[in-house]
Write a protein that binds this ligand. Structure first.
Ligand SMILES: Cc1cc2nc3c(=O)[nH]c(=O)nc-3n(C[C@H](O)[C@H](O)[C@H](O)COP(=O)(O)OP(=O)(O)OC[C@H]3O[C@@H](n4cnc5c(N)ncnc54)[C@H](O)[C@@H]3O)c2cc1C
Length: 416
């Protein structure tokens, strides 16, 4: 049996690639090492799957962190609206939430997987589960070009296909099957792999005090990430963060992490938290003066209770250098002003990120300079295509990463 198209990986990119290829009548097979489709989709969006983002297409690119221009053809060619209407047409109704994030009405990611499995089955795509692709087969044509001809499977058999699409994902959450196999396949053909790193991930700090606040979530704070060496600002954001046993996490920090990974990889950065972004220093000082007036005979530690959540008070008092037992009326103006500065600029030093086991995505991957952005075909190997997270593309949270997988997958399948 000679297949027209063999897709390696039954994740978001792989299923969409197979759907697109089979829609134009190509005999298509997906090879998946897991026992079922879309293991990673299942855990996305905390089990709800933020399947895409319904923002304007031009706005989409402002959320892409790496290689946005490479994505123009694929994203314009198969937009969030296209994904939504396809998924809905295969039985999963969708809703748009805050920030244009799109979820299944049921709030169950399994319904997205079911819809995509329905879609590929509808187009007669064959899926082989529990089967690893161990190698990509190739030969040299009459003009000296390397041409992909199929794949080698874990049972040592060979599968012949006219076109091969690598949609094996990145390295994050390896338990879902994304173990970086696509990079090895690409490297074998001389493709450059941009060094990989976990991204959209928690940040580890040099300071140990965040562990005292483990589990504490702060809403409506802003953070500022800057280069320790030059002071240059890298990221500013506003939202919700969380303290962990080794540093910081939460939506705001995950977004900050992609800029940290992009610019710092392995170096130190300053992370400053503004606990009261709505108040400037002068207004905050006036508020503190009021609190101190009302509590002048109280201990310092007991006088600042209205400013922070209870768990944060001992940490703030300790970091201020003012004894918690000092009477408020003994605190000098300089001490008060330096406390204001601490509230507006709670300093942390980021030393590294969490690892791939907890990272939402992988930064780095197959260098897009060696992939045709209009077809997703390798510029080094004829009839070999790439789609999804295996490529050196990534974006912020909000449904953008799945959209990249859907769009690049669709383009690769269509091009086949
Ligand atoms: C916890 C978590 C939450 C997330 N939430 C969201 C979200 O809500 N919205 C969003 O947009 N993005 C989210 N993402 C990111 C998103 O899931 C990925 O960007 C996307 O799934 C990538 O799709 P992919 O098809 O390229 O790769 P994958 O989904 O990783 O699929 C690759 C497939 O290839 C298979 N495979 C690998 N190697 C082989 C081989 N040698 N042989 C056979 N099969 C192989 C794997 O088993 C896997 O099934 C989340 C990620 C994580 C980890």
């Amino acid at each position: 049996m000679i297949y027209d198209v063999c897709v390696v990986g039954c994740g978001a990119a792989g299923m969409m690639a197979a759907y697109a290829a089979a829609s134009s009548g190509k005999k298509t097979v997906i090879i998946e090492k897991n026992e079922k489709a879309g293991k990673k989709i299942y855990i996305t969006g905390k089990g709800r799957c933020n399947v895409t983002n319904a923002c304007d297409v031009t706005d989409f690119f402002s959320h892409v962190i790496t290689n946005e221009k490479f994505l123009y053809s694929s994203i314009y060619g198969f937009t969030a609206m296209d994904v939504m209407s396809l998924i809905e047409s295969y039985g999963c109704n969708l809703k748009v939430e805050r920030g244009e994030r799109v979820f299944p009405v049921s709030d169950h990611s399994s319904d997205i997987i079911k819809a995509m499995v329905n879609a590929v089955k509808d187009k007669d795509v064959e899926i082989r589960f529990n089967t690893d692709v161990t190698d990509i087969l190739s030969e040299t044509d009459g003009e000296g070009n390397t041409v992909a001809t199929g794949v080698k499977l874990s049972d040592k058999s060979k599968l012949t296909a006219k076109k091969v699409i690598i949609a094996t994902g990145g390295l994050s959450y390896p338990s879902t099957g994304s173990t970086g196999d696509g990079y090895k396949f690409a490297e074998k053909f001389g493709h450059k792999i941009v060094p990989t790193a976990p991204s959209l991930v928690a940040l580890v700090t040099r300071e140990k005090w965040p562990s005292d606040l483990m589990g504490l979530s702060l809403k409506n704070v802003s953070v500022n990430l800057s280069d320790k060496a030059t002071g240059k600002n890298i990221y500013n954001g506003f939202g919700e963060m969380l303290f962990t046993h080794f540093g910081v996490s939460g939506p705001l920090i995950l977004t900050a992490s992609c800029y940290y990974v992009k610019k710092f990889r392995g170096r130190e950065a300053d992370l400053s938290i503004d606990l009261k972004p709505a108040l400037d220093e002068e207004t905050l000082d006036k508020r503190l003066v009021r609190e101190f007036e009302e509590n002048k005979n109280k201990n310092f530690a007991n006088a600042v209770g209205s400013l922070f959540p209870g768990k944060l008070i001992p940490v703030m008092v300790k970091l201020s250098g003012i004894s918690g037992e000092r009477k408020v009326h003994e605190i000098t103006r300089e001490e008060r002003l330096s406390f204001v500065k601490l509230i507006k600029n709670l300093p942390l030093t980021v030393v590294k990120t969490g690892d791939f086991n907890e990272a939402v995505i992988t930064q780095g991957g197959v260098d897009v300079k060696e992939v045709n952005p209009h077809t997703m075909e390798s510029k080094k190997v004829k009839n070999l295509y790439f789609a999804g997270e295996v490529l050196d593309v990534d974006a912020q949270t909000g449904g953008y990463n799945l959209q990249i997988a859907w769009s690049t997958g669709h383009l690769a399948g269509e091009s086949c």
